[in-house]
Design a protein around this ligand. Sequence first.
Ligand SMILES: Cc1cc2nc3c(=O)[nH]c(=O)nc-3n(C[C@H](O)[C@H](O)[C@H](O)COP(=O)(O)O)c2cc1C
Length: 198
Amino acid sequence: MKTLLALASSPRRNGNSETLLKEFCRGAEEKGWNVEVVHINKLDFRPCQACDACAKDGRCILKDDMQDIYPMVTNSDALVIASPVTFGSLNAQLKMLIDRFQCWWHAKYNLNAPFVPDEPKRQGFFICVGALKRKRYCENAVEIIKVFFHNINHQFAGSLAFRGYDEKGAIKENPDALKEAYEAGKEFVSRVEAIAGE
Ligand SMILES: Cc1cc2nc3c(=O)[nH]c(=O)nc-3n(C[C@H](O)[C@H](O)[C@H](O)COP(=O)(O)O)c2cc1C
């Protein structure tokens, strides 16, 4: 059975981004996939200290909850990330996790030994929700995710960006949005299976 790793970054449980992520994952489960969900806000970890100790073997020396996350990414078949937009970007929890993949940057570019193989290209999907209608905020968030996916050898398979949702759970008032996330989840894992030739 294939595994989808789902990273939820909002501190707000059952908030808008997590609600959409759940729908996306429900779509994946419908297609027979196993889903592992990580709530980044519950992790106990420090930001990257730029110590460069990882330059020698691609491994981070900080002993915290991130040590559980690296193998989860390596061992999954695909990745989906959901974040609220905060100050026109990803939220801090997610950015902190991304920066801790600096060790993977060294593994890929300096050591030529990436933890995720180049081929077949792993796929990654992104979901974000913002309160404001300004498109630029979500676009910023998507650009950062593209850089992250590239660094960890995942192909950016697509994104869903919902704007104009602020109150916790406000997205539930839009059944079309939930359906879109559910359908995107189904399509995403079907695409992964097609790439793998299944
Ligand atoms: C610290 C903070 C900063 C925020 N900054 C933005 C922003 O720059 N643009 C925006 O559209 N919404 C912003 N918001 C609103 C959230 O994106 C919005 O409430 C979203 O629905 C939260 O998703 P969640 O329920 O998954 O946490 C901000 C919220 C917080 C808590």
